[in-house]
Design a protein around this ligand. Structure first.
Ligand SMILES: NC(=O)c1ccc[n+]([C@@H]2O[C@H](COP(=O)([O-])OP(=O)(O)OC[C@H]3O[C@@H](n4cnc5c(N)ncnc54)[C@H](O)[C@@H]3O)[C@@H](O)[C@H]2O)c1
Ligand SMILES: [Zn+2]
Length: 654
């Protein structure tokens, strides 16, 4: 491996693994080759700590990169068109065989202007100065004491304009001082250090951090009493409702363990005012949708009103919420929630420090507009995976019996429609396999495995607690865990009868009761589906308990639909035809029972049933999943208390 690349990986990994230096993987690094013709630079979308020999970097011709700044036609271009051209030229300057969707860092032209080794970071202790009104003056005093050669870069729109400004400032500095500036401190942004070796660059970045630290007195500690689990759950449901009411979006809500920054912040007398200023930097604007919202008392209506006001002013709805006495909550896709929490946590601390240095220096409206319209930021955000994925995007669903047969197919179908699915089953191994299958097929999807016996009240309660702890809400319950003891009336043992009642009726009831309680508390409606069977509509032989319970499920659902309709909770059933695929009910023994019943061979059983359907087609798990996705979707908004019969036309509902 080339020396420059070894150096790049080292400085990236060392800085990336140090939480004092890196926030949420942010920052970038580059190293130029000894001949001065090429540079290796971090690629967008890989965290510094994850860069290795194979990924996370690009190899570029420096003259190609610098031509961006020297080409006079670029200076005249319309701003956003020019930024697109910058990206194209950076990609054109790449000379490696790395997949082209790994873009070189968008700050590459800026790196090209500096010494051989460049480290750019956004450490919290640097942000305390660059995001404060008197930060520059405070830093000047500290740097003078240490005789540090450094340069202050007033805020400039990132991208081409920033690179142009830095080119000028760096040249002026060199003319004035007779040597290059090793440290550039960028207002509302972060720090660049540049040196002629990896070790010198690492030493320099640490030196800057320790100088900055030396000027920051510890924050006043706040309360240490932790909120109760019940108040955390209640707050999540409240925030979820507020976000839904203001935006129409279903988002999971996560709670983040209270940190020193959060307690210090919530105890500060000016907390509300400190959060009233906009985003401090592009990261807070792009990932957290601006500064967190301060919530004095968690009431959904009041929060929704504030969110609507922000939206009317053209601002995005914030993803983070700092709730007095409770802590930090994030309403965002699970894949980005902890990044947002990290950014917000740091921002709270920076705001407290900035309050001591003359007040918070936030991005202006114009500066925010530039970043919001800048394609490079949209690209960065896309890389962390925040996307809408289907008609049930971000709906929180619980599926019982998800370890096998129809429950599994329904869970897969819901995940394909974009829902986050809690996979529950009494059989933990089987349900973990469902999770693996979904992860393989849809790496972007969110699932969780929740072992649960639907006949046990405490097990059911625990399952919902786990879902709330993880996602903070509930939109869909699909009752599918069922049993089918195949006995003729005269042969049926009473314990088999009781088992069917327990699983197919008590289990459906317990799961639905908790779901309904939660959905009512949450206040944004929801969907409950009882997976019944065509045997619930038309009795079949040797199926006493199954017929009874499957019919019971239909009628329970009708009553629930009446009770819950006023809360916007719809309750429907799917009465599935025979589905052989993956089902344990259709075990070889059961197939033999059916064969005997009809006087045919076991291998003739499936064709026999297929022939009974009007469509003459075998019904698959996905067919049932599609029916259920429809019932849970907004397309079925006026349908409740009904039975949909995906059975190929075997039983006609009268
Ligand atoms: N397969 C069909 O032809 C068919 C047709 C119509 C309706 N259905 C309905 O679909 C549902 C699933 O049937 P299947 O054929 O996929 O069966 P299956 O036996 O393959 O799957 C049922 C799953 O439920 C789980 N389960 C059983 N008892 C449980 C309990 N107490 N708590 C939690 N989980 C429990 C099992 O571990 C299993 O993973 C049933 O409600 C059934 O009535 C199936
Ligand atoms: Zn940066």
């Amino acid at each position: 491996m080339e020396r420059a690349l070894t150096d790049l990986i080292r400085i990236s990994n060392v800085t990336g693994k140090d939480p004092a230096l890196v926030l949420g993987g942010g920052g970038n690094t580059s190293v130029k080759t000894a001949d001065g013709e090429y540079m290796y630079i971090k690629a967008s979308g890989t965290a510094l700590k994850d860069m290795d020999e194979k990924r996370g970097w690009r190899h570029l011709r420096i003259d190609g990169v610098l031509s961006i700044l020297s080409d006079k036609s670029m200076a005249k271009m319309d701003t956003m068109r020019r930024e697109t051209e910058v990206v194209n030229r950076l990609l054109a300057a790449c000379c490696d065989d790395v997949a082209t969707d790994a873009r070189p860092s968008v700050e590459a032209h800026l790196h090209a202007l500096l010494d051989t080794h460049v480290i750019h970071l956004h450490p919290l202790v640097v942000a305390a100065y660059v995001s404060a009104k008197n930060g520059r003056a405070e830093l000047e005093k500290l740097m003078a004491k240490e005789k540090m050669s450094w340069l202050w870069v007033p805020y400039t729109d990132p991208g081409y304009m920033l690179a142009k400004k830095i080119a000028r400032l760096v040249a002026d500095y060199e003319k004035q001082h007779g040597h290059k500036a090793g440290v550039l401190i960028l207002e509302k942004h972060g720090v660049f250090v540049t040196a002629s070796s990896a070790d010198a660059a690492l030493r320099l970045v640490r030196k800057v951090v320790s100088i900055c630290e030396s000027g920051l007195k510890p924050l006043k500690a706040g309360q240490t009493e932790l909120p109760s689990a019940a108040s955390i759950t209640q707050t999540k449901l409240t925030i979820r409702k507020a976000v839904f009411d203001a935006t129409g979006k279903y988002l999971p809500v996560s709670y983040f363990a209270t940190t020193e920054s959060v307690t210090a912040f919530t105890a500060h007398s000016q907390a509300a005012r400190l959060l009233a200023t906009p985003a401090l930097n592009p990261d807070e604007l792009v990932y957290a949708n601006g500064s967190a919202l301060w919530v004095e008392t968690p009431k959904a209506d009041a929060i929704a009103r504030k969110l609507r006001t922000l939206a009317q002013r053209g601002q995005k709805v914030p993803a983070a919420f700092v709730v007095k006495g409770r802590g930090l909550f994030v309403a965002a896709e699970k894949s980005v929630a902890s990044l947002i929490a990290d950014i917000t946590d740091a921002s709270l601390k920076v705001r407290l420090y900035a309050a001591r240095f003359g007040g918070v220096l936030a991005l202006t409206k114009r500066e925010q507009d530039f970043i919001n319209n800048w394609e490079s930021e949209a690209f960065r955000k896309k890389l962390v995976g925040a996307t809408e994925r289907g008609e049930l995007s971000n709906r929180i669903a619980v599926v019982t019996g998800a370890g096998s047969g129809l429950g599994r197919s329904i869970a897969i179908g819901l995940a394909r429609a974009g829902a986050m699915v809690a996979l529950t089953d009494i059989d933990e191994t089987a349900v973990s396999e469902t999770a693996q299958r979904i992860a393989q097929e849809q790496p972007q999807s969110q699932t969780m495995v929740v072992p649960c016996n639907v006949t046990s009240e405490s097990s059911v309660a625990k399952a919902y607690e786990a879902v709330l702890a993880h996602w903070g809400g509930l939109d869909v319950l699909v009752n599918a865990a069922g049993v089918a003891p195949p006995y003729a009336l005269v042969d049926m043992p009473v314990d088999k009868w009781r088992l069917a009642l327990e699983v197919n009726l008590t289990g459906y009831f317990l799961m639905a009761r908790e779901a309904a309680r939660l959905m009512i508390q949450q206040g944004i409606g929801g969907n409950i589906i009882n997976l019944s069977s065509k045997s619930g509509l038309e009795a079949s032989k040797n199926n006493t308990a199954y017929n009874a319970t499957k019919a019971g499920e239909l009628h329970m659902a009708r009553g629930w639909a009446l009770e819950l309709g006023a809360q916007g909770i719809r309750v429907n059933c799917a009465a599935s035809g025979n589905v052989f695929e993956g089902s344990k009910i259709w075990s070889p023994e059961y197939i033999k029972v059916c064969a005997r019943k009809y006087g045919i061979k076991p291998e003739e059983v499936i064709p026999y049933y297929v022939n009974k359907t009007a469509l003459r087609r075998e019904i698959k798990g996905q067919d049932i999943a599609d029916a259920i996705v429809f019932l849970c979707s907004d397309k079925a908004r006026t349908i409740t208390g009904q039975v949909l019969v995906p059975d190929g036309g075997q039983v006609m509902v009268r």
